[in-house]
Structure formats: structure tokens, C-alpha cells
Write a protein that binds this ligand. Sequence first.
Ligand code: MN
Length: 262
Amino acid sequence: MATRKSAVRSGKKGGASKGVNRPAPRTEKTPRGSGAKATVSGRKAIPKAEASPSSAKDVGAKRSAPLAAYNAKRDFALTREPAGTVPRARGATLHFVIQKHSASHLHFDFRLELDGVMKSWAVPKGPSLDPSVKRLAMEVEDHPISYNTFEGTIPQGEYGGGTVLLWDRGTYEADEDGDIAALRSGLERGDLKIVLNGKRLRGAFMLRRMNRPGRAQWLLIKRDDEFADASRDIVAEFTTSVASRRTMESIAKGNNVWSSKD
Ligand code: MN
């Protein structure tokens, strides 16, 4: 964020003036048009050059910019969740993940990879295989792709404090032969049609944004296909982790392994 950036910059300046260049302020006070002109303009050019986005730090800031909201909510000294940065472009395969999360209210975090981040929704009741069931999905901040392997506990008192279980994961694509442009426009229009290829969820789903004020609320709906099944309660059926086979209870009790290799 701009405030953060400027704080860092002014901090750097303060550090520099404390150190080596004691005479610098005097030089800056020299009136324009004096004999010291060339030196002054030379010195002034330096900060401008520093502001150009060529240094590694600036590149890092750019890569984390889309996840600024995610990073601002978390203290990475206290939580084991990954810090948010956007990786360089990867292959064409897009991933999805669903994390069961017992925070202040139990919900399922539904995340779809797009443009280097995980677009995220909190679904209080979790997904359904019944096309007549519409599940509320509250849009939340984009998450880093590295979050896809997170399973464990977030300390109480921290943002999202509670247990996180990897409930499902896999790949997904745009429905109806759509491409990545279809995903982007679907997200923008609030009418996103996708096909999931997970371990537990398969087939066509849609996310439809409701026309309501405030935080964006969507509906997650199974579309009718061979994977639709109104007789099953998939959330009750599967209560263990797809990564570690642990239950919420066993994850909460300890052994909070960071299973990035799973
Ligand atoms: Mn959550």
C-alpha cells in the first residue's frame, strides 16, 4: 500500500541522513542558480532513479500488490499461513482448493486460481451436489497460491483463528469450452461457469453474484450433469483431509505439519 511504501522510503532516508552524509542538508539549502547548481541537480536525480521499478525490492512489492488485503490482515510472525506473493506465470493448468475452516463460524473456503492468485469465497454450508440447492458464498480477499497446501491451526486471536483442513483440491477450467478470458469475464460479470476435477467435487458448477449492497455475495450452485446427485450430502460424507486424512479434531490437537509436499 502507498502508506506502507512511503513509510519504508522515509525510513530509508532517515537512516541515510543519520549516517555518512552530514553536509547534505546544507547542500540542499543552497539556493538555485548558485555555484553548487550542478551538484544539487545531480543529487536530486538520484531519488528519481531509485523510484524506478528496477530494484528487487520494488519487484517484490509489485508481486505482493494483488495480495495487499491478504497480507494486511495477517501477522506472519504469529501465523503459519504463507505470506502473499504472486508467482511468475505458471502453466496453463488452473487449480482449485476447498479448505474447511472452523473459525468463529465454520465455513468452507472455496478458492479458484486465476491470474496468479486464488480467488476466494467463504461458503458457510459448503458445496452441494444438488442442482436445486444454492449455497451462499461470500467473496473474501484473494489468497496466495501457496495457501493451497495450508492445513493446520491459525492461532486464536489472529485473523481467521481456528483449524484449517484441506477438504478438496484439483484442477478446474471454464465450462462450455471457455478459455481464461471466459473465466475473467465471468468473474467480472458475476456469472462464472466452471468444471471442477477434484477428488470429491467433479463436474459443472456455477458461481452467481447476487445484486446486493455491501460485501459481494455469490451463490455456489451445482449444474446438472452426471456428477449431480441430490441424494448425497457430500459435506457430511467427507470429514477428513484429502491431504493428510486427518479430521478437524486431530489437526486441532497438534502435529500441525506444514505439508507443502502433499
Ligand atoms: Mn476461512
